[in-house]
Structures are given as structure tokens and as C-alpha cells.
Write a protein that binds this ligand. Sequence first.
Ligand code: GTP
Ligand code: MG
Length: 196
Amino acid sequence: MNDSWIETVEYHSSHHNFKKIPQNSTMPQIAFCGRSNSGKSSLINAILGKKELVHVSSTPGKTRSLNFFLLNKKIFLVDLPGFGYAKASHSVRDYLEEVVNGYLNHVDTLRILFILCDAKRPFPEEEKNLIPVCLKRNILPVVVRTKIDKLNQKEKEKVKKESLSLIKEHPGLACIHTSSKNRDGIQDIRDLLKEF
Ligand SMILES: Nc1nc2c(ncn2[C@@H]2O[C@H](COP(=O)(O)OP(=O)(O)OP(=O)(O)O)[C@@H](O)[C@H]2O)c(=O)[nH]1
Ligand SMILES: [Mg+2]
């Protein structure tokens, strides 16, 4: 494994207003979205090999801003706020949806959207709907089924089947199964990022 291409990683900025995010045509963005608690922050930390660069919440629903990290001084990794956290009030939920959808509609330097979903949960319709939106806009959609360390063999087979049928339905989609805990699938994601 040679990941010497990861030279520098730093926190860049946080934004509540998607209209104020940094956009620079020479700096592609790679974003991570998904329900609260789906494992976005943990995954970014695992990819970058940093334990605590991104805040991992003990109380889910904590990431409420768009958090930008800079990789090798040229690629933005964007940790999007998790939406649909059941305990959050409706107004917070609406806000998150507005911010996430606002970002997706506003950004024009987004190259990859990682769509995370806890492998124990069914893949939601709303997330599914993001796939054709990405493909139409030349953004590579990557479905990431997270926390696979929690699955038994039978459950793993089921998730594999679900992913294969998603890919069949949406040619051009990539699916990766990950565990930030035991690092399954992390190298696959790094290899994808390396293309930049
Ligand atoms: N077993 C296991 N637990 C995980 C994994 N990834 C994340 N978790 C746990 O799941 C919880 C949520 O993880 P986060 O990374 O904070 O999730 P998030 O999507 O960033 O959540 P929000 O910021 O609330 O949107 C934490 O308790 C993590 O420790 C994994 O691969 N395996
Ligand atoms: Mg988070």
C-alpha cells in the first residue's frame, strides 16, 4: 500500500450558508452526504488516516455546517451535515435538507458525491434519487454502505446483492462497503481519490 500521495491534510473552513462556500475551478470538491449517524465524519478520518481531524459525534446530528478540509492544498473534502435525524426538530431537519440540497444545486466543482448509508438500514429513496442527479451533472455517485463490521455473513450477502442491483439500475454508479473500524473498503476509496 502506497499512500504517499496524501501529503497534507488540513481543516479549511465551515459554512452554514451554501452560497458562501469556497469555489475555485482548479480545486475540485469531493463531498460526503448521508443521514446523521451514517458515519461520514468517521469515514473521512479513516480515509485521511487522521484520528480526530473531523469531529465524530457521540450525540448524532452534531455536524450542522458544511465543513471543508483541504487535501494536498488542492482538493476540497466536504463533510455535509447529516439530515433526517429523527430526534431533531422539524425546523432543524428542514434546515439540513435545505443546506445539503442547496450545496448540491449550487456547487459546480463537485466531482464525486459519496452517499453514505448504514449497512444495517435500508437504503432510503431520497438518497437513491441523488444518483441520477449526479450522473446527469457529471458527478460520480458512490454509494457507501458503512459499518459493515456490524454485519454477519448473511447480512453482508444481502447488502452485496442490494448494491449489485443498484449498479444494474444505474450504470456508472460505484458501490463500496466500508468499515471505519476495521478499515474495510477504505483503500478502495483512497484509490478513487488518487485519480485526482
Ligand atoms: N462499528 C462501527 N461504528 C461506526 C463506523 N463508522 C462510524 N461509526 C460510529 O457511528 C457513530 C456516528 O459516526 P459519525 O462519523 O459521527 O457519523 P456522521 O454521519 O458524521 O454523523 P453526523 O455528523 O451526525 O451527521 C459514531 O458513534 C461512530 O463511532 C464503523 O465503520 N463501524
Ligand atoms: Mg459528522
